[in-house]
Design a protein around this ligand. Structure first.
Ligand SMILES: O=C(O)CCC(=O)C(=O)O
Length: 246
């Protein structure tokens, strides 16, 4: 590894990430690094419309603003992404997934790629703004290790029993921990059984040879280069000019 932040370098293992399609990193962020974003969340929780966001189940649709929006600029995330995807990095998605009194349901086993556009070579980071527990907790995520090796599947609920057994990782995350996930990795979450809100940032990057971007609803209204240089002149917003099949 080259110029990774020293603290992260001890933990991030590119080979393991490539093998498992997911890696949990403990204590990536110091408390003060996420404090402004957490404060912003606490200020607007329950009144997301005032932030220009629209609540739909667990999704806060619209462009994030302020300190929450800036987490995607953090060098620790971009350094790890460069280790995986190369020097030129673009932002694909920047959204907040919330479970709380408004919505606390379960999310079936699925893969994100079929719901989005562009190359499947995307790296997703899950960053909890409050402690986030998968088992008997506030609806944290579980991950199916190695599932990304099956490539792009279809939309819908993946029936785990139809596939060879794979290990499930159900981490309890503290603030400062980060999950790095291949965009092809299967994942799900149980319904929350505690009343603690679960604000979880999902930030997705890709190589800047890919001009796809998620659009306003998922936090990237325009193509956004994060490191290096664009290696394409073709930019495609998710769902642009498409009438979905009936
Ligand atoms: O918020 C969750 O628990 C699941 C989120 C997720 O995986 C998704 O919406 O694709």
């Amino acid at each position: 590894m080259s110029d990774l932040d020293e603290d992260v370098e001890q933990r991030f293992d590119t080979a393991k990430y490539l093998a498992d399609g997911v890696q949990v990193l403990r204590g990536v962020f110091q408390a003060d690094e996420l404090a402004p974003a957490r404060q912003q969340w606490r200020n607007f929780a329950g009144q997301v419309e005032a932030e220009g966001l629209e609540r739909q189940d667990r999704f806060l649709l619209g462009s994030l603003s302020g300190d929450i929006a800036k987490v995607c600029e953090h060098s620790k995330l971009l350094d790890m992404t460069q280790e995986i995807l190369g020097e030129d990095i673009a932002l694909y998605m920047n959204r907040l997934l919330v479970k709380d009194a408004v919505w606390c349901g379960e999310v079936c086993v699925h893969q994100d790629q079929p719901y989005f556009n562009g190359s499947p070579q995307k790296v997703a980071f899950f960053i909890p703004l409050e402690p986030c527990s998968a088992i008997d907790g506030n609806g944290g995520l579980s991950f199916v290790l190695g599932s990304h090796h099956y490539g792009t599947l279809e939309r819908g609920a993946i029936q785990l029993q139809e596939w060879p057994p794979m290990e499930i990782l159900s981490p309890s995350l503290e603030v400062g921990d980060v999950v790095v996930m291949d965009f092809l990795s299967w994942h799900y979450s149980e319904a929350a059984v505690t009343a603690d809100a679960r604000p979880l940032l999902q930030i997705v990057y890709q190589n800047a040879c890919d001009g796809s971007y998620s659009g306003q609803s998922f936090g990237v209204a325009e193509p956004r280069l994060m490191r290096g240089a664009w290696q394409t002149q073709y930019f495609a917003e998710l769902r642009r000019g498409i009438v979905p099949d009936a």
